[in-house]
Design a protein around this ligand. Sequence first.
Ligand code: SAH
Length: 474
Amino acid sequence: MQKNEMIRLKIEDMGVDGAGIGKYGGMTFFVKDAVIGDTVLAKIMKLKKTYGYARLTEIMEASPERVEPPCIYARPCGGCQLQQMSYQAQLRFKQKKIKDSLVRIGGFEETRIDAVLEPIVGMDKPFAYRNKAQFPIGTDAGGQAAAGFYAGRTHNIIANTDCALGVPQNKAILEAVLDYMKECGVPAYDEKSRKGLVRHVLIRYGFDSGELMVCVVVNGMRLPKEAELVKRLCETEGMKSISLNTNTEDTNVILGACTRVIWGEAAISDALYLRDTSSFERIGTKTVYRISPQSFYQVNPIQTEKLYSLALEYAGLTGTETVWDLYCGIGTISLFLARGAKQVFGVEAVPQAVEDARRNAERNGISNVEFLCGKAEEVLPEFYGQGKMEANMQYPDVIVVDPPRKGCDERCIETMLQMQAKRIVYVSCDPATLARDLRRLCDGGYELERVRGVDQFGQTVHVEVAVLLMRADT
Ligand code: SAH
């Protein structure tokens, strides 16, 4: 067997990143864009000892789960990995991904996982669900500024202003920015030479409020003729906030530290509603949130309502509990919890998000919540170690964590174990780090009670998971 050889294989499984997996000549091959059940012709691109990578060249027999991707860029674009699969098959893939992580990485018994893992909560409409888009700006082959997405594993821009996962408003906004750049001779940023100005355009849309925010990320403090940019954008229906963010670093991180409003407000607002966790219908209570460009806010608001409603159910609140919400962002989950608890403490590392969180509490008339700014792994041990919790009776009955993909810091987990809350609700966007952290928590005296995936990211391999842990001795 050698590189460039064409092989024919049946796809029998899929890896965590969505690549089809098949066997040929005793070796395992990963074939991107192939679907379980396909028989494909593929070209060997890379060979290792026991496995290799092959490029899909022809589908000999299509899987019954294969569908025609609605977006013509589905294959080259790095954003979606599963558009060629029916949505039901995507959900099965994600359910299996959660289970496999817990068994393989977390070391949990398969029978235990089968007993606690509930069916994944899918989306009603798995397209046009994102309230946020961050389009990289670059230069196309003809030297013109272009907006779009990175091709898988590269920083080459595929020009596309109308992503199928985003809201329809994105297109006109991006075209207005590109138009401004062209007319005013404003160059796109070039990662290689580190010259040029416009790096990214961040667009956020409040599904409930109808409010729009545009934040242009610039390799510098200002843009030439900013008024021209404002003129093109400010009349868009719903436009509330136009800002410039400065990022002059040589980094893949999109936003820099400084944001300056050039028109309108510094933030937009949106609202989330509590849902019944059996029917997932909205049941009234509405919480309003202020969202700054720098703050984290879940990208799929409909599924977020389902996720938070589940997290709230898992918290099992009766009104007497003290709850710590770690990695709380703008207080989204904290405020859901506060209505059912005695007192909530939120911990968040990004100062703008904490500022948003405090204002959000006030705006919703919620006074039994306090936000602390700092890293969870520093704030929590400090409170616990200095006896501050003891003095103020702030021992948690429930701890909620919702960390970024890398999961919880070791120190954070250790302190959580020392605090001995009855319940821990873990909300995760990465089943692998979730499984690792659950293992540590279960080794420290907790038991896995409930696990449920909520699909926030249709067409991609990502999945959100809510978990309830309870102390084994309660
Ligand atoms: N619970 C919120 C935010 C979840 S995203 C929501 O659902 O909207 C994770 C959050 O953790 C982000 O707001 C990020 O800024 C914050 N964060 C990242 N590392 C952190 C750390 N070490 N300590 C505290 N917060 C952190």
